[in-house]
Design a protein around this ligand. Structure first.
Ligand SMILES: [Zn+2]
Length: 472
């Protein structure tokens, strides 16, 4: 970390150049400079964040004492109880659960094997929303496709009765864009294959690793009613199937058993630092509390829970309360369909105009490398001020457009400004939704940098009168 003041001139130039490149409407000429008090508080927050163990301790506690916490399960309920106790113990106010219900899906049995021509067990996991196979499994010939588009284009006659296998690779990227492409097959194989009379769907895991861990994922229940058996195999297993298919016909056996339930309990856990002078104005930061069930959800999204909680606690420990209310939201049931994000937006829609800005951390625990903002065109000076404040953490100015993180998507749809502190996701999809998403994968220094970044953003948004909607 360099001295904060020494950075300012250079940062202003860099930020201004970057903002100009973003081709947004012209901002007011004078950038909003940080006041002496803001600079002091930011410097203090960043120093404290980089020295504190609180985020790491929160994450260790969640992943150890609760472990996997599938949406709608008794484990997710234990996680809500854990969060209530933790947030109260840290001294936050208005700690509460906002409950909702979801369609529940849970794996019971998942087995797969190549039966011919070279028999071997495969490492497979059922994807969320998968239907069951007949008890004891099904066996069928495999038909391979490079992607969903080619499955869509295939005649029904060649697909009918076969196990569809999609072997599309996920490209490793810093910003996660490779996942955006790769995930299409996970979302669509089931319904497209079912419409052509396929026996089942097996995809190459949406991941960038070369280990024999399959990657889970998907919805609780398919929105279009598809219920075909739908599973992902590990990358080396996908390679093996592909090499055999290049030689001739291949047969697989697949057995999947699932349990489903309507109206399973879930909920968002909320805590606050009430604002000193404008308590009805709310700044939201958070992560999602649920995880897939194969690992302990350290990266996805225990890290987000820890980052938001620890950042808010650092702000709480300042001598003065911020002017606005800072609200931590730990969303439930993100993984199976953004249920918590939607429930929060529906419940708080009447107060949407009083939501100043929102941000979620849900991309692991890699270092934050840039700030994306989705503000009104006249709010550019506030983006510039945030860039200045974040520069000592080696965070670059990013584009003036942002999704803000999955669970704040529904808030963005209500017109609430969002930001995203973009994390380095180069390795994220090596572990994402696998049994390997565990606490040991966390880099404590990178986690602390994330907390410093969130504390900086949240403090400046909460202890100011900045209007991020300006010019809309
Ligand atoms: Zn997540």
């Amino acid at each position: 970390m360099r001295s904060f003041a020494a950075c300012l001139t250079l940062i202003t130039m860099v930020s201004a150049a970057s903002l100009a490149q973003a081709q947004q409407p012209a901002a007011p000429a004078a950038p909003a400079a940080l006041s002496q008090k803001q600079m002091m508080m930011v410097e203090r927050l960043q120093a404290n964040a980089l020295q504190s163990r609180l985020g790491l301790d929160v994450l260790e506690s969640l992943t150890t004492e609760i472990g996997p916490r599938l949406a709608g399960s008794p484990d997710e309920a234990r996680a809500r109880d854990w969060a209530m106790a933790k947030l109260k113990a840290l001294g936050f106010e208005n700690v509460r659960i906002e409950p909702f219900t979801i369609p529940y899906w849970h794996r019971l049995v998942e087995n797969a094997a190549i039966t011919s021509p070279a028999p071997q067990k495969l490492y497979v996991t059922a994807l969320g929303g998968s239907g069951p196979t007949p008890v004891g499994g099904l066996e069928a010939q495999v038909i391979g496709f490079p992607d969903v588009a080619s499955l869509r284009a295939a005649p029904e006659a060649v697909v009918k009765g076969k196990i569809v296998f999609i072997n599309e690779r996920t490209v490793r990227t810093q910003d996660g864009s490779g996942y955006g492409v790769g995930v299409v097959k996970r979302a669509q194989c089931q319904s497209v294959a079912q419409s052509k009379g396929a026996a089942a769907c097996v995809i190459r895991s949406v991941g960038t690793d070369s280990h024999r861990f399959p990657h889970a994922g998907g919805s609780a229940r398919s929105r279009d009613g598809a219920n075909l058996a739908n599973a992902a195999v590990s990358a080396p297993d996908a390679d093996q199937i592909a090499r055999l298919l290049a030689r001739g016909p291949v047969r697989l056996r697949l057995e999947i058993g699932v349990e489903t339930k309507e109206n399973a309990p879930s909920g968002n856990v909320i805590a606050e630092i009430r604002g000193a002078t404008r308590p009805d104005e709310v700044v939201v930061i958070g992560g999602h509390l649920d995880s897939w069930d194969l690992g302990t959800g350290a990266l996805d999204d225990g890290a987000g829970v820890a980052i938001a909680t620890a950042a808010a606690k650092l702000i709480k420990d300042l001598p003065m309360r911020p002017a606005r209310t800072l609200r931590i939201v730990l969303w439930g049931s993100e993984e199976t369909g953004l249920h918590g994000g939607r429930a929060y937006a529906a419940q708080h829609k009447p107060e949407a105009a009083k939501h100043i800005v929102a941000a979620e951390s849900d991309f692991g625990a890699g270092r934050v490398w840039r700030l994306e903002t989705d503000f009104g065109p006249m709010a550019a000076p506030y983006a510039l001020a945030l860039h200045q404040a974040l520069a000592p953490l080696a965070i670059n100015p990013g584009p003036m457009q942002s999704g803000g993180g999955p669970d704040v998507g529904p808030l963005k749809e209500l017109g609430i400004p969002v930001v995203e502190l973009s994390q380095d996701g180069t390795d994220y999809f090596d572990y994402h939704h696998t049994p390997d998403d565990t606490f040991d994968k966390i880099d404590p220094a990178a986690l602390a940098q994330n907390i410093a970044a969130f504390a900086t953003f949240a403090y400046l948004a909460a202890d100011s009168d900045w209007d991020f909607r300006a010019g809309r």
